[in-house]
Ligand binder design. Structure first.
Ligand code: MSP
Length: 497
């Protein structure tokens, strides 16, 4: 196991209003960062904003402010949301920061010196909305608006030099692009000759960008600039120790629409600059609104702030992590959200806590009772918890998050069954010691489930642990201390109507 863990989200376009898709990737990265931190691994979790390019320049012009002022005004829309979502990022990068400009220029100079950048006049179809030259074939797909013919002198990055090396690298490193179908998609794409990448924009057309260090009439193409954020933040060229500790990144989490930029542009840029490639690029699917794409024009974009205000941050985090099979598209509807909340959180998890804590408070002086000897059914639960810990760890290291949540909830359901079978609410009247064993076992299993769910629901699991005076305990059996006072608590997940 590598000693450190470095995970990134895409840097989001500063102009966009954050929606559930942005929230999803950021929570996903947060869950893994929290998990690895908890396991004692040195962790670095990066998110941030992509602030250059035509659209930002245009939006600033429309508002009669400078592009930088425009960006500064937009940042809090993201940072406020991350705060509300309890995102534990270690750094927040903006591509307009000096530390980033320096690194972009350093990389450009390096790639230029190595002979991988050349100047050429190019005539072709240019998509204004995508801010890049597109092929005839792409133009024919109908996916691009505002196409115009453009003839321009520009700088190009010889991506084609690295095509074969990249193919071989992808084949030799099965974990590099995940999931498997995305890797195959990229290998399919690489069967065609790879075009060189236009990496400059003349200032006459766009000046909101990072100046090329070898020609001040041009700024850098926004993707060439943006990808470099992943090495700026851990200190490339500035902080040798930190960079060595965290690079190569363990995971770049991305959505499926930005796979080519991450799995083709980025590795070839790194190869040319002589920098190691990230360990894994993981592309997740999209959140759809009842089978259709979320879009501003249809007006079906889910605003995560409203959801948090209505239901609380942990249920939102839980739903997004539980519902999406990593790598596939997923549906968002309020009905699904409420059903999931009621069945998993209110019925199975919250209910178990209130049953156990109420019975303990009433019958054992408000304290956790001492268990008697464990019988076969208690030993089964203990054994299940040990197996569960191992399975969750294995799955988390393979990015199988929703499967691991499923396993934890299955365990919780089994504990509920155990409670039903042993009916401690009846047993307390006949045999206080036997009932104590049942309640202790159920509470201990619940505590372990809460520890395992804590990266996903950091707040409500904390309330559960506080109830049992078990803050800071780990997932090993035996963390509950008999004799500890039970704290009062509000219902953890009140049922939704
Ligand atoms: N700025 C670039 C990324 C540069 S990274 C060096 C960008 N930004 S974005 O704001 O448009 O998109 C960021 C991420 O949001 C992408 O990973 C994209 O897949 C994701 N999503 C946008 N809509 C989404 C859904 N409906 N569902 C899930 N994720 C979605 O691209």
């Amino acid at each position: 196991m590598k000693k450190s863990f470095y995970i990134t989200t895409p840097i989001y376009y500063v102009n966009d209003k954050p929606h559930i898709g942005h929230a999803y990737t950021t929570i996903l990265a947060d869950v893994f960062a929290r998990y690895h931190r908890k396991k004692g691994q040195k962790t670095f979790f990066l998110t941030g904003l992509d602030e250059h390019g035509q659209k930002v320049q245009q939006a600033a012009q429309e508002n009669s402010v400078s592009p930088k002022q425009h960006c500064d005004g937009m940042v809090t829309r993201f940072t406020d949301l991350w705060e509300k979502l309890h995102i534990s990022n270690d750094d927040f990068i903006r591509t307009t920061e000096d530390r980033h400009k320096k690194v972009v220029q350093k990389i450009l100079s390096k790639v230029f010196k190595s002979g991988d950048i050349y100047e050429a006049e190019y005539e072709g179809l240019y998509s204004v909305s995508e801010e890049r030259f597109i092929t005839e074939k792409e133009a024919g797909t109908g996916n691009f608006r505002d196409i115009k013919k453009l003839k321009e002198k520009n700088y190009f990055f010889k991506m084609s030099n690295y095509q074969n090396t990249l193919i071989k690298y992808i084949q030799d490193n099965p974990n590099f692009i995940q999931p498997l179908h995305r890797k195959n998609e990229i290998l399919g794409f690489l069967r065609q000759p790879l075009n060189d990448l236009c990496i400059s924009r003349p200032k006459t057309r766009l000046d909101w960008g990072i100046e090329l260090p070898f020609d001040n009439n041009y700024v850098t193409y926004v993707w060439f600039d943006a990808l470099i954020n992943y090495i700026t933040a851990p200190g490339y060229g500035e902080n040798k120790e930190k960079f060595k500790e965290f690079w190569p990144a363990s995971y770049h989490l991305i959505g499926k629409d930005i796979l080519t930029t991450h799995a083709v542009y980025w590795p070839t840029m790194l190869m040319s600059a002589g920098i190691e490639l990230p360990e894994t690029i993981f592309a997740h699917g999209w959140w759809l609104m009842g089978d259709s794409k979320m879009s501003k024009s249809i007006g079906n974009v889910v605003n995560p702030i409203d959801l948090i205000d209505d239901y609380g941050v942990d249920p939102v985090r839980y739903f997004l992590m539980r519902e999406m099979v990593l790598g596939q598209d997923s549906n968002f509807t309020m009905e699904l959200f409420i059903n999931r909340y009621n069945s998993d959180l209110a019925n199975d998890f919250g209910n178990l806590l209130s049953r156990v804590s109420t019975l303990m408070k009433k019958n054992y002086n408000g304290e956790i009772p001492s268990p008697g000897e464990l019988n076969e059914s208690e030993l089964n639960i203990k054994r299940d918890s040990i197996v569960l810990n191992k399975s969750v760890d294995k799955m988390m290291r393979k990015m199988q998050l929703n499967e691991s949540i499923e396993l934890i909830m299955k365990f919780v359901r089994n504990v509920n069954k155990y409670m039903e079978n042993n009916a401690p609410w009846k047993l307390v009247k006949k045999d206080l010691k036997a009932a104590a064993t049942v309640l202790y076992t159920a509470a201990e299993a619940l505590r372990i489930s809460a520890v395992l769910l804590s990266p996903i629901m950091p707040n409500r699991t904390e309330i559960l642990l506080e109830t049992f005076n078990a803050k800071g305990t780990n997932e090993k059996w035996g963390g509950l201390l008999p004799g500890s006072k039970i704290k009062d608590h509000e219902p953890l997940f009140p049922r939704l109507k």
